[in-house]
Every structure is written in structure tokens, then in C-alpha cells.
Design a binder for this molecule. Structure first.
Ligand code: ADP
Ligand code: MG
Length: 239
């Protein structure tokens, strides 16, 4: 059974058909690229999966159970976490406190609090944040805040991690570092959907690519298959 099953998903914003009869599956531990030009509907799909938007039509199954009617909070509990394209970190809290709050969100029981700091430190280390534990977001470079956002998503202990445009706004060097970080996560025990407007940014990281345009899936397959697809070439390269 697939971890995530999306069937005939539709989302309208007034007259805009932002998600148009979208169906796909994500398997356990699979790393998938969701690509499409700006305005294709990538973020809308992310928001539908986490529950920020309710679909106009369609079914979302997670571990075999329909979740499209569930709140964000319940979906997080079931194991879906997002790193949003436009994040708003908690500005009064330090890096470690930000991560601790995510850990508490997952556990949601105060008697777990004892080991929380140690767990936060472990996650922060894994993401190369050891020099900034006690800094607040306003003191940090954009690329470091992005790492903290990733740490917070991982602290939710997801089975499915959604990364919406993780490379946006990063310098060349930061993109390389962040790719490495994501690659190191692909060995962990969860599935990942990486959203990007650029096929090249994700093709070496993923098992499978889903390409969308104007809300519709235009191609699905291995990176090689999708990159050589005629429709994808036309949409992405104007060929
Ligand atoms: P992408 O992430 O691929 O750039 P989006 O999912 O953000 O694309 O947007 C897809 C389409 O839906 C666009 O036409 C966008 O303007 C529209 N859209 C997205 N969110 C909203 C919203 N909350 N209200 C109205 N229109 C929206
Ligand atoms: Mg987007």
C-alpha cells in the first residue's frame, strides 16, 4: 500500500482551477520531485496535503485512511510535516527553542519535556546549526533560518516531509549545501516531496518526478523519463 494516495484532487479559487484532477501516489521512503513553472499549482497541492486548504473535490489517503477532512493538527499527528515556501519562524524564540516547540507539538505531553532539549540539540547538530543554538531568527542569515525551518519540520517526526521550494532565495553555495543536507535525509525513514520550479534542481535527489502545468499532471516517471517528455520540454524550455 502506498503511504500517500491522492485521487482526482481538485481545487478552485473562484474561477481559477489551481489543482485540476490530480492523482498520484507516494510510496514509503520514496523521494519525489514535484515540479512545475511558477503558478503551476505546486504550493496549492502542498497546502491541500497538510490541510491549510480543503479540496473542492477528491480524496487524500494517508496510510490507507482518508484525511482530506482532517485539521492541520491532526495531519501533523499522523505524520505529515511541511517546510513552507514562505515561513514565519517564531522570532522571540532561539533556534533550540523553535526546535523544542516542534518536538513538543509531536509529543504533546509535558512529561516528555525532560529529554526535549537533548533531542533538539541532536536535530540541530544533524542540520549543522551547532553554532547558532541560542540565536534568534533576526540574528541569522536567510540560509540558516531555512535550515532551522527544516529542523522544525523534522522535529515533528514525519512519515512524509513536504519541502516547498527549499532552494528559493539561497545563494549558489547555500543551494549546494542544502542539497547535501536533503540528500543526507533521504537515508532516514520517511518519504519526501521536494517542490521546485526547476527540474535540474531536484533531478539528482529524487526517485521519481511529477511534473505539473496549469494545475494538471503532464508527466510522471523517473527523472530521465520526465526530462525527455515532449510536453515537459515545451513547458519548461519552450521547445
Ligand atoms: P506554484 O506554487 O506552482 O507557483 P500556486 O499553487 O501558488 O503555484 O498557485 C497556483 C494558482 O492558484 C495561481 O494561479 C495562483 O494565483 C492561484 N492561487 C494560489 N493560492 C491562491 C489563493 N489563496 N487565492 C486565490 N488564488 C490562489
Ligand atoms: Mg509555490
Amino acid at each position: 500500500m502506498a503511504l500517500l494516495e491522492v485521487k482526482n484532487l481538485d481545487k478552485y479559487f473562484g474561477g481559477i482551477h489551481a489543482t485540476d484532477n490530480v492523482s498520484f501516489e507516494i510510496n514509503k521512503n520514496e523521494i519525489v520531485g514535484l515540479i512545475g513553472p511558477n503558478g503551476a499549482g505546486k504550493s496549492t497541492i502542498m497546502h491541500l496535503l497538510i490541510g491549510l486548504y480543503k479540496p473542492t473535490n477528491g480524496i487524500i489517503k494517508f496510510n490507507g485512511e482518508e484525511i482530506q477532512h482532517l485539521s492541520i493538527h491532526k495531519r501533523i499527528k499522523k505524520g505529515i510535516a511541511v517546510m513552507f515556501q514562505h515561513s514565519r519562524p517564531l522570532s522571540r524564540q532561539t533556534v533550540l527553542e523553535n526546535i523544542e516547540l516542534s518536538l513538543l507539538e509531536d509529543k504533546f505531553q509535558f512529561f516528555y519535556k525532560k529529554g526535549i532539549k537533548e533531542q533538539a540539540i541532536q536535530i540541530a547538530k544533524k542540520l549543522g546549526l551547532e553554532l547558532v543554538y541560542n540565536k534568534r531568527p533576526s540574528e541569522l542569515a536567510f540560509g540558516i533560518i531555512r535550515r532551522m525551518e527544516l529542523a522544525k519540520a523534522i522535529a515533528l517526526n514525519p512519515k512524509l516531509l513536504l519541502l516547498d521550494e527549499p532552494f528559493a532565495g539561497l545563494s549558489h553555495l547555500e543551494v549546494e549545501e542544502f542539497s547535501k543536507l536533503i540528500r543526507s535525509l533521504t537515508k532516514e525513514n520517511f518519504s519526501i516531496i521536494i517542490v521546485d520550479h526547476n527540474v535540474k534542481a531536484v533531478k539528482d535527489l529524487v526517485d521519481k518526478i511529477i511534473a505539473i502545468h496549469a494545475g494538471k499532471i503532464i508527466s510522471t516517471g523517473t527523472p530521465e523519463e520526465v526530462i525527455s517528455n515532449k510536453e515537459v520540454k515545451r513547458v519548461f524550455l519552450g521547445e
